[in-house]
Design a protein around this ligand. Structure first.
Ligand code: KIV
Length: 299
């Protein structure tokens, strides 16, 4: 993991062009790198908006980053909808994608379409993402696309089924596994996905798959040959405890800043240096005298 923070001035015209699917395809055609980040609440959405990112994902990673679960498995669609609505209120320009949580799409096409529609109707998302490129995920992606909702696929390391994959580790390191991931990506594309995430696969494998894929590919731990990159907001800003995966690059250490800030506040309260006079409200002496008279009429 590289930990060198990078300071970049926010472009003055960031957040001026609304992202659309045609614009996304144009970016792929022109080889313009696509920037995607996760967001889970209004402040993270505002940061993404102001930084001028292209795609925002209300990831089921929010289960761990903001809801405190041990994995993404337990989070419910209703919980992610609350997060997605807060993100929607903070965004104007980036394309907003809701991540279908484990258990919200696998059972039937009808279940998948119903869950996807909730992200669109109740949270104002532009699209949904689902994990996996096996038969079930491909069928559900096709059904949701047929219902008129853009779908982003996700292959490689798919955290919702990480137990079956042998844990949180890179995928596609053998010929059999790598070829399976390539077939899954092609199948998701054929099912109508507008874009596909490649997570934690060898750079060389991504290089081999890219010529087969005509839709924008967003990588996270898939090397530089893909069309864009995504990172989890809390990982890139250092809000989450721990080092994170190999592919995480830290651009800030906000958790340390948050702890120092709260500790300084606690110190000030305990030493009675906060609040200072400038943090209080004034009142005319005459009004105070009147209040005293009303509270103590006999004195
Ligand atoms: O939930 C998530 O944050 C994701 C991204 C890592 C792609 O699925």
């Amino acid at each position: 993991m590289s930990s060198a923070p990078t300071t970049i001035n926010v472009p003055a015209d960031a957040s001026s062009l609304p992202m659309t699917l045609p614009r996304l395809y144009e970016m792929k055609r022109h080889g313009e790198p696509i920037v995607m980040v996760t967001a889970y609440d209004h402040p993270s959405a505002r940061a993404a908006e102001r930084a001028g990112v292209d795609l925002v994902l209300v990831g089921d990673s929010g289960a761990m980053t903001v809801l405190g679960y041990d994995s993404t498995v337990p989070v419910e669609l209703d919980e992610l909808l609350v997060l997605a609505r807060a993100v929607r209120r903070g965004l104007q320009t980036p394309f907003l994608i809701g991540d279908l949580p484990f258990g919200s799409y696998e059972i039937s096409d009808e279940q998948a379409v119903t869950s996807a529609m909730r992200f669109i109707k109740e949270a104002g998302c532009d699209a949904v993402k689902l994990e996996g490129g096996g038969e079930t995920s491909v069928a559900r992606a096709r059904a949701i696309v047929r219902a008129g909702i853009p779908v982003m696929g996700h292959v490689g390391l798919t955290p919702q089924t990480s137990t079956a994959l042998g844990g949180y580790k890179a995928q596609g390191r053998t010929a059999t596994d790598g070829a399976r991931i390539a077939r899954e990506a092609v199948a998701l594309q054929e099912a109508g996905c507008f874009s596909i995430v490649f997570e934690a696969i060898p750079t060389g494998l991504a290089n081999e798959i890219m010529p087969l894929i005509t839709v924008p590919v967003i990588g996270i731990g898939a090397g530089p040959a893909v069309d864009g990159q995504v990172l989890v907001f809390h990982d890139l800003l250092g809000i989450r405890e721990g080092l994170g995966a190999r592919f995480v690059k830290r651009y800030a250490n906000l958790l340390e800043d948050m702890v120092s800030g709260v500790a300084a506040y606690a110190h000030d309260v305990r030493s009675r240096t906060y609040p200072a006079p400038e943090h209080g409200y004034s009142i005319d002496e005459a009004e105070l005298t009147a209040i005293r008279a009303e509270l103590n009429p006999d004195s």
